[in-house]
Design a protein around this ligand. Structure first.
Ligand code: SF4
Length: 263
């Protein structure tokens, strides 16, 4: 039986990309396999899908694509949008497919410990400040109640790095970054994340500015909105956000066409 397998979940963002690089630097050629995986929520930006292929080429590895129920299908089925209190998206689109994948590897290639490398950083949020590495022994239950015949050891190799330091480390190694960052995106993942008002507004604004992919995504969101009973959020609906963004867009267009007055 293999002692250890290292799993790295790659999201297409800078943090998980650096984790993958560090895991490969540490374990490549040592006999400990590094297995990279990408949870496809079915709601990613098209550039992220292409970026995952770029990473496969850059690192000469296969990144396993895990597909659960695509997020739009899940929302239609549940007839509600995910929210911080109903975060069913993470569980169905990421956690469950990931656990199933660990098990499938274990049953064809048994190992004692699954070391899970994650790109969590303390300065990302208040809740992450107190993050510590931990290990679940074989058959010890996760917080969701699952247990496995192998130990699960969570490792956070970039826990104390800042965002700036992560970009610097990637640059130092010549690792390409997701082109979304160059377009001004602060985070990479679901496009948009339904839990982030800022993200949703960004898609609407980009659509109004004529961004092709954002327009397509906004259309998909409107279709979803029609098939879901509840509002997008307790404090706002998608229609309200669109109306507000349209007004703002019209206003800035008018400002641009105002004649220049010398004072
Ligand atoms: S990015 Fe947002 S919408 Fe996507 S799975 Fe995570 S919490 Fe859910």
């Amino acid at each position: 039986m293999q002692d250890k397998v290292v799993f790295v979940s790659v999201s297409g963002g800078k943090d998980s990309t650096l984790c993958l690089a560090l895991a490969l630097e540490k374990y490549r050629g040592t006999g400990t396999p590094v297995v990279a995986l990408f949870c496809d929520t079915g709601w990613e930006h098209e550039l992220t899908y292409r970026y995952i292929e770029t990473l496969e080429e850059f690192f000469s590895i296969k990144i396993h694509k895990l597909v659960g129920i695509p997020l739009p299908e899940l929302i239609k089925k549940k007839k509600i949008f995910p929210s911080p209190r109903r975060r069913f998206c993470t569980r169905s689109c990421k956690t469950v497919p990931t656990y199933k994948f660990y098990e499938s590897i274990y049953f064809s290639f048994p190992f004692k410990v699954a070391e899970v490398w994650q790109g969590i950083r303390r300065d990302e949020s208040i809740s992450r400040r107190r993050t510590e590495e931990y290990t679940l022994q074989p058959f010890q239950k996760t917080r969701y109640g699952e247990s496995f015949p192998f130990a699960l050891s969570y490792r956070y190799p970039i826990l104390n790095l800042t965002e700036k330091e992560v970009f610097k480390e990637l640059e130092k190694r010549g690792i390409p970054i997701n082109p979304l960052y160059q377009q001004g995106f602060k985070r990479v993942g679901c496009y948009p994340c339904f839990l982030s008002k800022k993200d949703i507004i960004q898609v609407i604004q980009r659509a109004l500015e004529g961004d092709r992919f954002a327009s397509k995504r906004l259309g998909e969101m409107q279709l979803l909105d029609n098939s879901v009973q509840g509002r997008l959020h307790i404090d706002y609906s998608l229609k309200e956000l669109i109306e507000k963004a349209k007004k703002k867009h019209e206003l800035s267009k008018r400002m641009l066409t105002l004649p220049f007055v010398e004072v």
